[in-house]
Design a protein. Structure first.
Length: 371
């Protein structure tokens, strides 16, 4: 607690009080000066240091307030107390009055936090629970109001005694602020500094009613349910996605997965179709969210044509596409034993053993009867 030095010296036949407070704490807000025999002498010396103020109280009424400096107590610098006492021509020593020293320096690292979750209504996610915590810095600004509203008759008042009351006030105003702001839920976590400033502007006038000034207010964290966080992250990713690249990526992955399955090409076609369908649905969802019609998805690319080289009369001919080879079958210049090769094949192979050419032999019409 504070250390009070009381020094008495003999001056002109009477004792002179020295009234001061040497604060050795970090959180004392108010300290009541203990007087020698409960009396203050005429001409007593009052010392108020930087970061302090002194308040005189007479019979429960707040009288004079002193800022930093050294004072000799007379009716000239105690005008309100002189009026309350009815001293018209000066006062006779001693007199009774209570003296409170108040710390006006910043009290830092004061904690606040929501004990229970705060319910918010969001247009997209519905009712959501959030929690928040942080710190604030305060100081006594109006000594008279602080004693009247907070200290009362407490002779030794610390920040801890008022912290719970102030935390409740902060949480109440924080709830009002976020409820009235009507901003998207993801903005609370992304723009903590802006939210801190908004809440600070709301709570500052409330603190001033108690004679306290909030010099700094910080929101350190705003938390929400994990499932809401995941949805917010997904939405943020979709906002950055290039749908054309996304379509190509999904198609490539679908083909890769299908190639590893027994269904082979059919599976690839199905995977490709699913990839395009998914991309198209996502494109429509994003377009609708931005109030514009969904852009039609592009058709899949045409499959590459198959061209074969063939061996005719011991010579390499070609390359020829499937349609040309089909005509050669009809003209009987190509049969199942004709050697063929295309890019990707290891060796020359009989045409009848190449799956891609089976259809050109099956579709050849039979001979005309009687021909």
């Amino acid at each position: 607690m504070g250390l009070m030095d009381k020094i008495k010296a003999k001056v002109s036949g009477e004792f002179i009080d020295i009234i001061q407070w040497l604060d050795q704490t970090n959180d004392t807000l108010a300290y009541r000066f203990e007087r020698y025999q409960n009396e203050i002498k005429n001409g007593a010396k009052l010392t108020v240091r930087e970061g302090q103020m002194a308040v005189f109280i007479n019979e429960g009424q707040i009288a004079d307030v002193f800022k930093p400096g050294m004072y000799t107590l007379t009716t000239e610098n105690l005008p309100i107390l002189a009026t309350l006492k009815g001293w018209k021509y000066g006062f006779n020593s001693p007199f009774l009055a209570e003296v409170y020293f108040l710390s006006t320096r910043n009290i830092t690292d004061q904690k606040w936090g929501t004990k229970n979750a705060i319910m918010l209504s969001d247009d997209r996610f519905g009712m959501i629970e959030i929690r928040a915590y942080g710190t604030y810095v305060m100081r006594v600004k109006d000594g008279a109001a602080f004693i009247r509203e907070i200290v009362g008759t407490d002779g030794n008042f610390t920040a801890e005694k008022i912290n719970e009351q102030l935390k409740s006030l902060i949480v109440a105003r924080f709830t009002d602020a976020v409820g009235e702001a009507k901003i998207p839920i993801e903005k609370y976590a992304a723009d903590i500094n802006e939210t801190s400033e908004t809440v600070f502007n709301i709570i500052a006038p409330e603190f001033e009613k108690y004679g306290i000034e909030v010099t700094k207010f910080i929101i350190e964290n705003i938390s929400m349910p994990e499932e809401i966080k995941k949805e917010i992250f997904e939405l943020s990713r979709l906002d950055k996605i290039d749908l054309d690249k996304f379509t190509k990526l999904k198609t490539a992955k679908a083909i890769e997965v299908a190639a590893a399955n027994e269904s082979g090409t059919a599976g690839a076609g199905m995977g490709m179709g699913m990839g395009f369908a998914m991309a198209n649905q996502m494109g429509q969802a994003m377009s609708n969210s931005q109030n514009r019609p969904a852009a039609p998805s592009a058709p899949p690319p045409l499959p590459p044509s198959l061209n074969f080289f063939i061996v005719l009369n011991g010579k390499q001919e070609g390359p020829f596409d499937i349609s040309y080879l089909k005509n050669m079958v009809i003209q009987k210049s190509l049969d199942k034993n004709t050697l063929v090769w295309r890019e990707g094949m290891a060796n020359w192979t009989a045409a009848g053993q190449v799956p891609e050419l089976n259809s050109i032999f099956v579709s050849v019409p039979p001979p005309i009867p009687g021909a």
